[in-house]
Write a protein that binds this ligand. Structure first.
Ligand code: UTP
Length: 478
């Protein structure tokens, strides 16, 4: 669409204010504003305004006919050890056939952590201070070596952290991975609107645009031709995880195997909630469909309810945002095939904007609405979706906040506990406190061992065994 058509379309949609300062903009500013305007799907904004912004009264989440979702229990909680072994074998076979790609969503703004830079570049490991990206790179490299097929790795960035993310990888030679198998895809953006539905300006020549949420993954993969690339490479399984959880198993054969054995289109991992108010989404079923109900949407009384049969929380299954997604299902979600479409969520936020004179205004309370999509809203559209249990200590310790729960400190300590457990499992005496936190610094490169079993294999091969009295870092060259 050329400049005039674009302006006309915005005016016709009642969004002409986007060009309020046109006459005073330089040629560069005009070009930039037009490029931003061209990103906006006016029909979509109109629909969002009509459905989410203009209706009065707050929308409530439908909780009718809700029940806790079933899940596959770990053997230690009553699951069938034979089934888990079979799943492991099936997943390993898929990896040996090169059917799996890793997918990291790293486009978030990381506001709570308050770190200046892409979150994936944040240093998390206890001894070597490796970045989150390096931890995942090593896990992905390790899986590629073990199963004889190097994996493709898709990384979703945002407009604002894309260049910094690419530069970070380039400066570190992509951590030894094959550059041609790493794909950075920028996620889409949506404009914030005021409470009357008008698109907001963040400056005279800047629309207040923000990332479209982790649910924007499907569109981003589609727009970048990722599904076609996967298809041509024989990849039909996407291993999805978030950038902020260093314990996430980037590639987990047993999880892949469960997904395949159950013919699932989208599978998820759960951990039992640690306490009723823990801020995790809850896996539920509603009218035959798997859904996640966010902690903020499930009434406290339900969150606290105890199941008399088990004496545990009734809504026990918390989501840790790790999924296996079938490629063609993801494509369907991106293109609206079979009526699939992720809903948008409304978030009222403080949006920095300009007044009619073009002066910057920093609001003191929410003055606008941002729209986001969530990946887990795809679950109700998936055929045979399954949920499997995982051990929290082995797989979930996100870096969300600068301090307190889910912070760099808790993530570092949980990594230390995991490495200490692996060493103790091999009979190495490790002095820990009552929570399992070792008094020494220990770190294991995923290239040495990325889970208890692979760690044990490498450890058994080591001769002589290194001393751990002063702390230790274990890598393939140990
Ligand atoms: P969070 O919901 O924790 O958001 O993202 P965040 O933006 O990282 O952090 P806050 O809320 O501003 O503090 C969970 C995961 O989803 C990704 C994030 O990068 C993280 O891996 N994400 C989130 C995206 O990729 N894009 C988005 O638009 C939002």
């Amino acid at each position: 669409m050329n400049e005039l058509n674009l302006q006309t379309a915005f005016r016709a949609a009642g969004q002409g204010n986007v060009f309020s300062f046109w006459d005073v903009l330089t040629a560069d500013e005009r070009r930039s504003l037009l490029a931003q305007a061209a990103e906006i799907d006016l029909a979509e904004i109109d629909r969002l305004n009509r459905t989410l912004v203009l209706p009065s009264g707050s929308s409530t989440v439908d909780l009718t006919e809700l029940a806790p979702a079933p899940y596959e229990k770990l053997p230690e909680h009553g699951g069938d050890a034979g089934d888990w072994r079979r799943a492991q074998g099936v997943g390993e076979e898929a990896l040996r056939h090169g059917r799996v790609a890793a997918f990291t969503v790293a486009g978030g703004q990381g506001t709570r952590l308050g770190y200046d830079g892409p979150k994936g570049t944040f240093q998390v490991t206890p001894v070597k201070q490796k970045s989150l990206f390096q931890v995942f790179a090593e896990k992905i490299a390790a899986a590629g070596r073990r199963y004889g097929r190097p994996l493709h790795w898709f990384i979703m960035t945002s407009q604002s952290n894309h260049a910094a993310t690419e530069a970070f990888f380039a400066e570190r030679q992509h951590f030894g991975l094959d550059r041609s198998r790493i794909h950075f895809l920028r996620q889409g953006r949506l404009p914030a609107v005021d409470f009357t539905g008008r698109i907001m300006l963040a400056g005279k020549a800047d629309i207040a645009l923000s990332p479209d949420g982790h649910g924007g993954s499907f569109r981003a993969l589609h727009r970048h031709g990722a599904f076609d690339l996967m298809q041509s490479e024989g990849i039909d399984l996407i291993s999805y995880f978030q950038v902020d959880n260093p314990l996430a198993r980037s590639i987990d054969p047993a999880f892949l195997g469960w997904h395949l054995l159950r013919n699932s289109e989208m599978s998820s991992k759960m951990v039992p909630k640690a306490y009723p108010e823990e801020r995790l989404g809850h896996f539920c079923v509603q009218r035959g469909r798997l859904v996640i109900v966010e902690y903020s949407d499930l009434p406290l009384a339900l969150q606290r309810e105890i199941d008399p049969a088990t004496s545990q929380l009734r809504y026990l299954a918390g989501s840790i945002a790790i999924h296996v997604i079938d490629r063609e299902f993801a494509r369907r979600m991106a293109t609206g095939g079979e009526g699939a479409a992720l809903p948008f969520h409304r978030a009222d936020k403080k949006v920095s904007t300009v007044d009619t004179a073009g002066r910057l205004v920093q609001p003191e309370k929410a003055n606008g609405v941002k729209f986001e999509m969530f990946i887990f809203d795809a679950l109700p559209f998936a055929r045979n979706p399954i949920v499997i249990e995982t051990r929290r200590a082995d797989e979930f310790s996100p870096v969300k906040n600068a301090e307190g729960v889910d912070s760099p400190r808790t993530a570092r300590e949980d990594q230390l506990r995991q490495f200490a457990r692996w060493l103790a499992g091999q009979g190495v005496p490790i002095d820990t406190d009552a929570t399992g936190l070792p008094r020494l610094s220990v770190e294991v490169s995923p290239l040495f061992g990325f889970d208890e079993d692979t760690f044990a294999e490498s450890w058994k091969r080591l001769s002589p065994k290194p001393s751990v009295t002063d702390g230790i870092y274990l890598s393939p060259s140990s």
